[in-house]
Every structure is written in C-alpha cells, then in structure tokens.
Design a binder for this molecule. Structure first.
Ligand SMILES: Cc1cc2nc3c(=O)[nH]c(=O)nc-3n(C[C@H](O)[C@H](O)[C@H](O)COP(=O)(O)OP(=O)(O)OC[C@H]3O[C@@H](n4cnc5c(N)ncnc54)[C@H](O)[C@@H]3O)c2cc1C
Ligand SMILES: *[C@@H]1O[C@H](CO)[C@@H](O)[C@H](O)[C@H]1NC(C)=O
Ligand SMILES: *[C@@H]1O[C@H](CO)[C@@H](O)[C@H](O)[C@H]1NC(C)=O
Length: 519
C-alpha cells in the first residue's frame, strides 16, 4: 500500500488558502484606487448649486471636490476671510498630518507642495519617531526606494488651514466657488420630502437669506454636527440612537516655541530626527496612565510640544516651569531619552513658550449609514467631524476628510448629468460607502480608549467591551518593536495607506502572535 495522499492534498489546499489570504490582506485598500480620478474636473457639470456648510478643513476639501462636479459651489462659514478662527477649539493645537492627507491634497491641488513651502512649511518623510511606552517602533523606510518614503507636512495647523483655503480659491475651479460669510440656520425640504430644496443662511448683518436651486448640501460644521438638528427641524424623523458618543475625557496641551537658528543649534536633538515628520513621539501603555507626548519641528522657526491626558487625576503642565518636572515623573517601560528632556528644558527656558490647553470631553459619531435607504433626503451628506469625531491623539482628522472625499468623488462621477437631480438613494449610498472606509477608525480608537482609567463607554457598552481588541493591540505593538514587517503593517494602517486587513496577513499575524511580549 502506498502512502495516503490526503495529508499532501490537505497541505496543498492549506498552502493555497494561505497564499490567497496573504494576497488579499496585502492588496491595496479600496480607497487607494479612487485616488486616480480625484481632482479631475468632469467635462459636463451636474446642474445646480452645491452648498457646503462650514469652511474649515472638511469644508475646504469638500468644496474643492464638489467644484469638479457641480456648476456652482457656495461655501458658507461665519468666519470666511477672517485671519483668526475663534470657532475651532483646536485651532492652535499641535497637529500631525497622516500621509493619506498629503497624497489626497496633492491630487486636489497640484501646487500643494509649492504653496506649503512658500508659506514656511516643510514636506518631510512621514516618520513619526513613534515610541510605545519608550520602545521605538521603526519606520518602514525599507519598503520604498531611497528618498521616496511617503511625506507628511510639518506646520502649525493655523498655517496649514490658511494655505488650504488660498489653494481652494486659486485653483481654476475656484472661479465657480463663492465664499459666503454667514451661519447656516436650517434646511427646507421639497414637498415630497425627497430632497433638500434650500438652505437658510443668516448673514453677519443679521439678515436672513435662502440659497435655492440646491443640488447637494454638505454638512461640514465639525463638532457642532449641526446637520442632524437641521434635518430634524426640516421634518425628517431620525431615531434617537443615530448619534452615539462616549466620554474619553481628553485634555490636551500644546506649547509653541520660537526657535531661531541660533537656539536650534544649541538643542541636543540627533541630526537624523530633526527633519523628519516628528522629532519624538511616545504613546502610553495602559499601565502607566494615558499621556501621549510629542515634539514637532514646525514651520517658520517654531517648534511645538504636545501632551495629552485622559486620566481623572492627570494634571497637565500649564506654565513653563511645570514641563520638565512633568517629564521627570513620567513612567514608561523604557525611559524617554535624556536628549529629549534636555531639549524641552532649553525650549522652556529660551523658547518663549505659549500654552494652549483644551478639553475634548466626548467623542461623537452620527451613524447616518444605519438609516433605511430613503430616511434621508437624497442630497444631504456630512463630511469630517460633522459625521465622526474621533479621539484626536491619533492625528486622523485631516486624513479622514480625504477618506470621505474618496467615498464621495466616485459616486458623483457615476451620475449622468442629463438626469437632473441626484438619485433618491444618493445620500444612503454615500454614507454606506463612507462607513466602509471610516467606521473602523471609530471602533479601534474607541475600544482602545475603554482601557483608560476615566473613560465612560457609550450607551450599551462597558469598559470590558473590546478586551480582546486591546489585548491584540498590545501584542501588535510589541511585535512591531521587534519585526520590520509588523512595523510596516502598523505604519501603513496608521497612515491610512493600507486597510486594517494588512495586519491579518499570515506572515504578519504569526509574528504578532509569537513575538515575545514586551509588556
Ligand atoms: C486637540 C486636538 C488635536 C488634533 N490633532 C490632530 C492632528 O494631529 N491631526 C489631524 O489630522 N487632526 C487632528 N485633530 C482633528 C482635527 O482638528 C479635526 O478633525 C478637524 O478640525 C475637523 O475639521 P472639520 O472641518 O470637520 O471641522 P472644524 O475644523 O471643527 O470646523 C467646523 C467649521 O464649521 C463652521 N460652522 C459651525 N457651525 C456652522 C454653521 N451653522 N454654519 C456655517 N458654518 C458653521 C465653523 O465656523 C468651522 O469653521 C485634532 C483635534 C483636536 C481637538
Ligand atoms: C464654471 O461653471 C461653468 C458653468 O457650468 C462651466 O462651464 C465652467 O467650466 C466652470 N469653470 C470651471 C473652471 O470649472
Ligand atoms: C513664514 O515664512 C514665510 C516665508 O518666509 C512667510 O511668507 C510667512 O508669512 C511666514 N508665516 C508666518 C505665520 O510667520
């Protein structure tokens, strides 16, 4: 009798499955192919006016995309044209920009790099010098030819926002965009409640006006998430639980320093990290509180330190003399480098620091994608924080508006301009496609936060929710400090340059499960 064949067959089947699975996990994220068309104006425009409510990051990105598709775009914001934005709490907070944001913005604005550099910002490899509880997580330079690592922009948010707005208006499609100073007060539905017909705006002089002939309305009002209220007032009945939130209790301090070249020369920062994305970043392990610490070499001879905290008893520094003592009592599995503490000490003494302390008590998500198909008017969408507001420490806010745009743009491209209005299910299709790209961000950041001491979970969940996910996260980061391939999956997923499934590729997964745990 010969050797039974089945073990060989079984092994061959398993191998084939494994290879297929590996290929699937490593295939590009679905939104990456949508980048090809992003920023290409269509020949025959869709009729009517697209109204964008809110003119910050989401409003700017959305107006640019809608101008490729619609005859006219009106962008409404009470602070249009004002140099200082007072309605955006985090206007002076330190921001980092994930690679997907840069990739998307370059599609929308071919002169994006030039304008940023002209304004004093830098393009730098998106090497965030990430450390986890003191251990370095390597940046996957080896995945790209030398000098071709994906970029981030390094600048203060205020500067970034100003540049984006002027790019919007300078672009050739800017000719068909009208920026209108005003506050959107509500929406009016068509007689059959199938769509939004007009948008009600209060001008700075107190007068009220109606914007008619509305083809599409985009809620880009950020944390205000005003669209939900407008829809309800306009007569749409939406279930109570469409809006969910948990209380992450996050506080965040940004210190901004003036660092002329003479001062920069005295800082003991290693040469290799001075001109990459971040100079230093340390993310906390649950056992040692919840403070994330970062140092960025920002635009125009400025540097910023950011420190976040979400513990009940975690006091953040409020004046220069409190910063170094804060760092000295900071605990982690591996120590933070002494050059970092020395640098901070010099900056606090000679860098003329300004402090910006803010609180973001809750994170909120309006789950429009859960509604039945015709519950929303056909031409209503929400982009940016107006839809999903995440814990900001992961720096996803700007890149998330690009993900929203990559859901919106191909749907608009598929519409025949001769049909007149948008199809009845347009809004539902947008929210479903968008949720497929962004819902995971809500799950991973929320479940992580449930592991911190003072977090209060959303209705229907407890702090036990997501236990497995937090266990896996620790194994994952632990393995990333030891294996380049795992660090690469982490970097790509974090920068939204790969789907989360990259982490589940067999060659990555077994390393995550077998690596010696550091924690
Ligand atoms: C502390 C902190 C740090 C952060 N760090 C990062 C980071 O490192 N990287 C990153 O990418 N993201 C970060 N974020 C997130 C990022 O700031 C937000 O995701 C981003 O600002 C959202 O943009 P938005 O346009 O959706 O909303 P917002 O920027 O909040 O803008 C909303 C706009 O709507 C306007 N508006 C409101 N109501 C009306 C109305 N009725 N009519 C007309 N206009 C209206 C307001 O005037 C405002 O201009 C951080 C957030 C915080 C809080
Ligand atoms: C502006 O709108 C008009 C009318 O739809 C269109 O013909 C023109 O191409 C648009 N211009 C730009 C730059 O998009
Ligand atoms: C930064 O520097 C650039 C170029 O030198 C200058 O044009 C710009 O006004 C500066 N911006 C700020 C905010 O200081």
């Amino acid at each position: 009798m010969g050797v039974p064949m089945w073990p060989t067959v079984a092994a061959a089947v398993l191998l084939t499955l494994g290879v297929t699975w590996q290929k699937f996990c490593q295939s590009p994220a679905p939104w990456i192919k949508e980048l090809d068309n992003l920023g290409q104006p269509r020949k025959k425009k869709l009729p009517g006016t697209a109204v964008v409510c809110g003119g910050s990051i989401a409003g700017t990105v959305t107006s640019r995309i809608l101008a490729d598709h619609f005859e006219r775009v009106i962008l409404v914001d009470p602070e249009i044209g004002k140099e200082k934005k007072t309605r955006i709490m985090q206007y002076n907070a330190a921001h980092v920009f994930l690679s997907l944001f840069v990739v998307g913005a370059r599609r929308l604005w071919p002169d994006f790099d030039e304008e940023f550099q002209a304004a004093g910002g830098r393009m730098a490899p998106a090497d965030m010098q990430l450390h986890y509880s003191g251990f370095a997580v390597p940046t996957p330079y080896q995945d790209y030819p030398q000098g071709c690592f994906p970029d981030t922009i390094v600048s203060r948010r205020s500067m970034g926002q100003r540049v984006l707005y002027s790019l919007l208006m300078q672009h050739s499609t800017g000719a068909n965009i009208t920026a209108l100073a005003g506050t959107v007060r509500g929406l009016e539905a068509s007689g059959d409640m199938g769509s939004i017909q007009s948008v009600i705006v209060r001008r700075p002089d107190g007068t009220q006006m109606h914007l008619n002939d509305v083809a599409l309305v985009a809620d880009c009002t950020g944390t205000t998430q005003a669209g939900l209220k407008w829809l309800t007032s306009a007569g749409f009945t939406l279930p109570e639980d469409i809006r969910c939130s948990y209380s992450g209790n996050l506080r965040y301090v940004t210190m901004c320093f003036a660092v002329p070249p003479e001062l920069l020369a005295t800082l003991p920062i290693p040469e290799t990290v001075l001109n990459v994305g971040l100079v230093y970043c340390n993310a906390p392990h649950f056992d040692f509180g919840s403070s994330l610490i970062g140092l960025v070499n920002t635009d125009n001879n400025t540097m910023q330190i950011l420190i976040s905290n979400s513990d009940n008893d975690g006091a953040l520094p409020e004046i220069a003399s409190e910063v170094v003592p804060f760092l000295l009592q900071f605990r982690s599995h591996a120590p933070i480098p002494s050059w970092f503490v020395e640098t901070v000490a010099i900056l606090c003494e000679h860098g003329n620091p300004s402090f910006d302390n803010i609180k973001t008590p809750t994170q909120t998500y309006i789950r429009y994608h859960r509604l039945p198909t015709n519950a929303l008017p056909s031409n209503f969408i929400a982009i940016g924080d107006a839809n999903l507001q995440l814990n900001p420490v992961h720096g996803q806010g700007f890149a998330k508006t690009i993900l929203n745009g990559l859901a919106l743009d191909p749907l608009l491209r598929s519409i025949n301009p001769d049909l007149g209005n948008l199809p009845r299910d347009f809004s539902a299709r947008y929210f479903k496609k968008n949720a497929a790209y962004t819902h995971g961000l809500w799950d991973t950041t929320r479940l992580h936060d449930y592991g911190t001491s003072s977090c209060q979970p959303m209705k229907g969940e407890t702090k036990e929710t997501g236990r497995f996910s937090r266990w896996f996260e620790l194994r994952f980061v632990s393995a990333a400090t030891q294996y380049d391939e795992v660090a690469s999956a982490l970097w790509h997923a974090r920068n939204l340059m790969a789907a989360d499934r990259a982490i589940l590729a067999p060659t990555v997964l077994w390393k995550i499960l077998w690596a010696r745990s550091r924690f």
